[in-house]
Design a binder for this molecule. Structure first.
Ligand code: FMN
Length: 346
């Protein structure tokens, strides 16, 4: 058993989860945490003009303020998504707002988009030197009325558009009142058009909630095709509590192992409903390289992880990449593109 699993994680899990997050970020932004490198040609891809050294990225919400951007490659990540960033800096919800369910390898959070605001994060991004592609995830400021949402996203994008390889319209967090109503066709179109007015060339994604009915998902897919979106991210956390052995009775979005089945169903549906050139990023419940392999087989070009990394520790990403590579070799695949979608053809 590694030092992380035998000593560090048990100690960390005795402390408040957000305090541990802050301590970890303090070390990460100084570059103090590293993992052994795992590189393999088979895992590299170029998508929408961007080169990804491997398909496993850090999901939004961990490095909300882009503080450790220079170092994420040291942990093995093939890309990083910063944010969610809102136009106005905001403190988020009152603490405690992050809860562990260790028996189920899950988390519940109701952070509420705590972040430094678009201006400050733009300044930080301008001097960052990430060695892997960077996604920038945008959300609506809490003080902005829903009717003014598109302007809020637009203003953030105006400040940030030079600093990301791709951008994400996050309309799927359960922790900003009313936000998820922006997944409806009209409001979503308005936000995408407002962003495109500033810079139509930037790769743009929409991140979705796993709690959408498939009929509502069809609307998002229609908008994605109509606006020639670069891709879709499936999924954010769920307000459901399926798959946990005990419910701690806390409001918020659940992530981690119990989310895997639902987010994989979503991904499958997207793969079967979208044009082939729609880039799909699979996120939700990844705990191992086998889970990454399965998401790619279901249709993901790229994957992201948050909760599994907390439970798996700093060496998890290279281990997952190694396992993914092993599965690909075993099954005779030379590239991610060859693997993609094979779950639907057999
Ligand atoms: C504490 C926490 C904070 C998060 N904050 C954000 C966020 O700000 N924006 C966002 O799009 N997703 C956020 N997420 C969702 C993750 O990016 C991801 O979609 C979700 O956790 C499912 O992946 P996982 O099971 O690997 O954690 C957050 C998740 C957690 C656990």
């Amino acid at each position: 058993m590694s030092l992380y699993h035998s000593v560090l994680r048990p100690l960390a899990f005795m402390m408040d989860p957000e305090k541990v997050h802050e301590l970890a970020m303090g070390m990460l932004e100084k570059g103090f945490i590293r993992a052994p490198e795992f590189r393999e040609k088979r895992l590299e891809q170029t998508l929408f003009g961007v080169h990804f050294p491997n398909p496993i990225g850090l999901a939004a919400g961990f490095d909300k303020n882009a503080k450790a951007l220079d170092f994420w490659h040291q942990l093995g990540f093939g890309f990083v998504e910063v944010g969610t960033i809102t136009y106005h800096a905001q403190p988020g919800n009152p603490r405690p707002r992050l809860f562990r369910i260790p028996e189920d390898k899950a988390l519940i959070n109701r952070m509420g988009f705590n972040n430094d605001g678009a201006q400050k994060v733009a300044t930080r991004l301008a001097s960052a030197k990430s060695q892997v592609p960077v996604g920038v995830n945008l959300g609506k400021s809490k003080i902005t009325e829903l009717a003014q949402a598109s302007t809020d996203y637009q203003e953030s994008f105006r400040l940030l558009h030079d600093f990301g390889d791709y951008f994400v319209v996050n309309v799927s967090s359960p922790n900003t009142p009313g936000l998820r109503a922006l997944q409806e066709k009209g409001p979503l179109l308005e936000i995408i058009h407002a962003i495109r007015e500033v810079d139509a060339a930037k790769p743009l994604f929409v991140k979705m909630a796993p709690d959408l009915e498939f009929s509502a998902l069809d609307d998002v897919i229609a908008v994605a095709h109509e606006t020639k979106l670069t891709g879709l991210i499936a999924t954010n956390t769920t307000i459901g509590r399926e798959g946990i052995s005990h419910d701690p009775g806390q409001a918020g979005g659940m992530s981690g192992a119990p989310l895997l089945t639902r987010s994989n169903q979503f991904l499958s549906y997207l793969y079967q409903s979208c044009d082939m050139d729609m880039v799909l990023i699979g996120v939700g419940g990844i705990m191992s390289g086998a889970d990454v392999y399965e998401k790619i087989r279901l249709g993901a070009h790229l994957c992201q992880i948050y909760t599994g990394w907390i439970y798996g520790g700093p060496k998890m990403i290279p281990a997952a990449l190694k396992q993914l590579n092993w599965f690909m070799r075993r099954d005779g695949f030379e590239s991610i593109a060859e693997v993609r979608g094979t779950a639907h053809t057999k």
